[in-house]
Design a protein around this ligand. Structure first.
Ligand code: FES
Length: 123
């Protein structure tokens, strides 16, 4: 039921772990399934230079965390704000319908991390 890409990112997730010197941190959780995701970003000249995650959740949530942290490296903050749950699921060659909310977590946690960065750096 999962695509090969989902399985790959689930069994071999990229960018796992905490980032001590993160410029922005976003947390998101789903009260229904209890899954939780935290995304850390490093920003330079309005671009995301690095991203990491900590996720307590299902296989799809892990795969989404892995792909989102891969995708956003090199993006401008505006580009990363346009990353949606649909683009994440597409990047994973699709998610089963009952797992679409897992991709929501990824988009929301990312956007919160960007908002966190912008709040800390607004003049
Ligand atoms: Fe809830 Fe995957 S089952 S995030």
């Amino acid at each position: 039921m999962y695509s090969e890409k989902v399985m790959d990112h689930f069994t071999n997730p990229r960018n796992v772990g905490e980032m001590d010197d993160a410029d922005g941190i976003g947390s998101e959780g789903n009260p229904v399934c209890g899954d939780a995701m935290k995304i850390f970003i490093k920003v330079k000249d309005d671009k995301i230079t690095d991203a990491k995650f900590q996720t307590f959740g299902c296989g799809a949530a892990i795969a989404v965390s892995s792909i989102v942290t891969e995708m956003v490296k090199g993006m401008t903050l505006d580009e990363a704000m346009n990353v949606t749950k649909a683009s994440l699921s597409e990047a994973l060659d699709g998610l089963p319908p009952q797992k679409m909310h897992c991709s929501n977590l990824g988009a929301d946690a990312l956007h919160k991390a960007i908002e966190d960065y912008r709040k800390k750096n607004s003049v």
